[in-house]
Design a protein around this ligand. Sequence first.
Ligand code: SF4
Length: 290
Amino acid sequence: MLQQTQVKTVLPYFNRFLQKFPNLKSLSKTDEKTILKLWEGLGYYRRAKNLLSTVKILANNNFKLPDTFKEIKSLPGVGDYTANALLAFIYNKETIAVDGNVKRVFSRILNKKDTEINFENFVKNNKNNLFFNNRNSDFVEALMEFGSIVCKPQQPLCYSCVINKKCKYFQSKKKRKKTKSQTKKLRKINILCYLNKKKQIGLTKKNKVGFLETFVLPKIKKRDKKLDKNWNLLLNYNQSISNKTFNINLYYKFSKKIPKNFEWYKLNDKKEFIPSFTKKILSKVKVLYQ
Ligand code: SF4
């Protein structure tokens, strides 16, 4: 849940989740619909799907997590970062989960841009310096905390830092410059909502869009073709989802019929899992019924 999401956002979800699934065994017996409903509003729904697939795989191995990088990484949704974090936290292995905080600490110590460092090689080449006791689990946690509390993105606390004598950033007159964060490309899309007099909207899982694939959405089209004149523009707004920002023209039309692969959903239905992206659309078209 914490991937790409802040702790304060995650907490209520996490607590509700643990109440419903207090152990891996109970989680392994649930289905995708239930887990997605609990996850509703937290976004990045692939995490929930991957978690469920992973726990079902682990159920065949008495819920024991593998202890090699290769095996852990083969689990759904587990990349290099998560695999290294799990190996360090659970098995105390000599490995480091390189997140944004850790990258910043290392690149400041070397006084280099993070794009100039191969972090995997850096860890390999400095094994003796990094893993000098058998408390690697604590070390990995501490390194992340150090990056967030001491070697902060802005105004690092260099004067009270315990490693400032060895830090090239602190010692150097010519400080490394930050790597410029990439600006998100704005994607222009049209969203087309079929509505009926019963306060229902036509949604489909068959949109061929890369984000929210397989989730219920209205029709989505790139804004490169003319629409037929029966579509009415309701409003234009921007919305970010995952690492993308969309400029959305929201259109609607009242219709008794919907295309194949669409189903009618009540605008006020609370039982079905509806991703936040779609929920926002539903809240906007509701004004048409006032
Ligand atoms: S001296 Fe400053 S820049 Fe260097 S590691 Fe410490 S806090 Fe970070």
